[in-house]
Ligand binder design. Structure first.
Ligand code: SAM
Length: 283
């Protein structure tokens, strides 16, 4: 297959800069540039968007994004050892790559980008879910991003796209699917990474909806869903007892059997219940 750019292969880059992978930083690098270009293409219209990339590492995905025509990439990397390798990529794509050496959990990178903004990342497993929850719970909706194209452990990806009635269905599925369209676009075996992780990985593509699928107060929906799934084996009339007085009649009014368990309940019903709880509290 043809090379995607004129830069050296990633194995050479990693050797030249001594980028021995650190487990503490969730470093499992993608070495196949045709694969990173494929992930970049799954993100949608790159030429018309600014891209926020978290954890570029030696830059495999970054190169994929730039080779596929991203208007501009802002990459946030915590490990300063990666900066010289990333500087070489920035030099090969003048004016299109900016790097911030920071912790993605604390930096407000979105403020430095021009909409439309897409987030694309092979996320460090140790902070991936926390970053996703942050992107899904902004102070106002729609969020700063138009889409998120993110690599997770396969088990986490399955929890994001899970449907009611499955073991994977829970808070993450409801949070993701309430205000976004979420689907798995690619599954990868451990051997796709260096070093290989213990588990399979998957790329999830989430597109922000203009408005939530069903109206609900975000804080109350989150409280109801948390209470229901924290004790997922219990019937809802028991697990939600502390949420509002008269919870049985609120459940019935929302079209939910009080004896049902959280994992059986559709998003639409949870939203109806959140509205009834809000009304019962006078909110
Ligand atoms: N994008 C590269 C690739 O696909 O080969 C590297 C992906 S590796 C799974 C995760 C990257 O995230 C590493 O480069 C790691 O140093 C970086 N990282 C870990 N924690 C971070 C954090 N809190 N903020 C920013 N980057 C972080």
């Amino acid at each position: 297959m043809a090379a995607i750019d004129a830069l050296p292969p990633l194995r050479e880059v990693i050797a030249a800069h001594g980028l021995v992978a650190k487990k503490s930083l969730g470093q499992n690098f993608l070495l196949d540039l045709n694969l990173t270009a494929r992930i970049a293409r799954a993100a949608g219209d790159l030429a018309g968007s600014d891209i926020l990339e978290i954890g570029p590492g030696p830059g495999g995905l970054t190169r994929g994004l730039l080779a596929e025509g991203a208007r501009r990439v802002l990459a946030v990397e915590k490990d300063s050892r990666c900066l010289p390798a990333l500087a070489e990529i920035a030099a090969a794509y003048p004016g299109r790559l900016d790097i911030i050496n920071a912790d993605a959990l604390t930096v407000d990178a979105a403020a430095r980008l021009t909409p439309p903004i897409r987030v694309v990342a092979n996320l460090p497993y140790n902070v991936g879910t926390e970053l996703l929850v942050g992107w899904l719970t902004p102070p106002a909706w729609p969020p700063f991003w138009q889409s998120l194209t993110l690599m997770f452990q396969k088990e986490v990806a399955e929890r994001i796209v899970a449907r009611p009635g499955s073991k994977a269905y829970g808070r993450l599925a409801i949070l993701a699917q309430w205000r976004a369209e979420a689907r798995i676009v690619l599954t990868l075996p451990p051997e796709a990474f260096s070093p290989p992780p213990k588990v399979h990985s998957a790329v999830v593509h989430l597109t922000a909806l203009a408005a939530p699928r069903f109206p609900a107060n975000p804080a109350i929906l989150s409280e109801v869903v948390a209470a229901g799934f924290n004790q997922r084996r219990k019937m809802l009339r028991a697990s939600l007892r502390g949420v509002a007085p008269g919870i049985e009649s609120l459940l019935e009014a929302a079209g939910i059997a009080p004896t049902a368990r959280a994992e059986e309940i559709e998003l639409e019903r949870f939203c109806a219940l959140a509205r009834l709880v809000a009304a019962a509290r006078g909110k």
